[in-house]
Design a protein around this ligand. Structure first.
Ligand code: NAD
Ligand code: UD1
Length: 331
């Protein structure tokens, strides 16, 4: 298949590009490099033997986005491009709505104008808001009590996809709702390397390990969970990438959503202890107040993906930590 990956030099997009190219797909990447580096293309080339065609384009630029579709015929678009920092989205909501929503509309319009009808979107567990149960199944309501503009853009884009599918009988749309991606390619050549200060747990842990941050703050240890710290469903990014390949085979007219998670929650303290065991050194940490907006615990019910996509997460948290350490020690 000829596939356009938006945000393909980013963390999840680059890992997915590798899996797709290794399965024989013809991959083109578009990215504005706001949160990734062009050198990622060289790493993809090293790992696959193929250099993907690359467009340095911002999807909010409608003309430039259209131009990509005029120059190529794609069978499928996998849409990763977006801003994703939750706290920043609270401070700069309009930036998030413009980037994530306008960018997606430009993309969908260019697809429609060029009869490209297959679309897979990077959604998030955040679309469930606060549903009152920690085990998330796809049939729970979405869109209620979402705490950030970032999360709302994910919900809104899913609604746009549903309406686009309702208006075009040929439009095949899948939202993949990611839980908490961690780890990187086992070669250590590719990893999570955000420009700026990270917000998520594992990138912060790696900064503490490297001595760039003195201590990890554990946000809250009085939650109603087994050890008092929050629990999440951490999924290895290579498993997540493979979930996209599995989704391609079930594309059909209409809208579908799938949870991509392991189904097993782990606490912040469990992650710290696993990191200490595998790195064989203590990870300095302290307890800090709860972070506003955090839920005590949630995890995926991955049954739908297991049954319909014939996919399940195979790698463990220990694998992810080992691969993270390989990446850190090489970079
Ligand atoms: P990332 O920041 O590493 O990758 C996103 C890429 O999109 C970056 O390379 C960035 O430069 C690019 N981009 C942003 N806005 C763009 C625009 N207007 N035009 C062109 N390129 C643009 O993030 P990631 O972790 O790889 O996430 C990929 C997708 O998955 C995002 O949509 C994110 O919201 C979603 N997601 C991520 C997580 C996570 O924890 N990493 C969880 C759930 C969902
Ligand atoms: C966050 C976002 C969510 C987004 C997801 C993936 C919030 C409220 N939610 O989820 O919308 O989809 O990232 O991008 O921001 N933790 C610490 N110390 C730290 C950092 C994190 O204790 O320095 C804890 C958090 O309290 C949480 C867990 O680690 O319990 C995971 O945090 P994080 O990686 O930010 O992911 P989520 O909060 O699950």
């Amino acid at each position: 298949m000829k596939i356009l990956i938006t945000g393909g030099t980013g963390y999840i997009g680059s890992h997915t590009a590798i899996e797709l190219i290794n399965q024989g797909h013809d991959v083109t990447i578009v990215d504005n490099l706001i949160n990734s580096k062009k050198t990622v293309l060289e790493q993809i080339t090293k790992l696959t033997g193929t250099k993907p065609k690359f467009y340095h384009v911002d999807l909010t630029n409608r003309t430039a986005t259209n131009q990509i579709f005029q120059e190529n015929h794609f069978d499928l678009v996998i849409h990763f491009a977006g801003l994703k920092a939750v706290a920043e989205s609270v401070e700069k909501p309009l930036l998030y709505y413009r980037n994530n929503i306008t960018g997606t509309i430009n993309l969908l319009e260019a697809m429609q104008a060029n009869q490209v009808n297959n679309f897979i979107f990077s959604s998030s567990a955040t679309v469930y808001g606060n549903p009152g149960t920690p085990k998330y199944t796809e049939n729970l309501p979405t869109g209620q009590n979402i705490s950030s503009p970032y999360g709302k853009t994910k919900y809104m884009i899913e609604e746009i996809m549903k309406d686009a599918a309702a208006s075009n009988p040929n439009f095949c749309a899948i939202a993949l709702r990611y839980f908490n991606p961690i780890g990187n390619h086992p070669s250590g050549l590719l990893g999570e390397n955000p420009n700026g200060i990270p917000n998520n747990l594992m990138p912060i842990i790696t900064k503490v390990y490297r001595g760039q941050i003195s201590k990890l703050s554990v946000y809250g240890h009085d939650y109603p969970t087994p050890d008092g710290t929050c629990r999440r469903d951490y999924i290895h990014v290579v498993d997540l990438a493979k979930g996209h390949l599995a989704a391609i085979s079930v594309l059909k007219p209409g809208f579908e959503a799938y949870n991509l998670g392991t189904g097993q929650p782990a606490s912040v303290l469990e992650i710290i202890h696993a990191f200490e065991k595998i790195s064989d050194q203590p990870l300095p940490h302290k307890f800090a107040p709860r972070r506003p907006g955090d839920l005590p615990e949630f995890w995926a019910d991955p049954t739908k993906a297991i049954k319909e996509l014939n996919w399940h997460a195979k790698l463990t948290i220990d694998d992810a930590i080992r691969d993270t350490l390989t990446f850190i020690n090489q970079s």
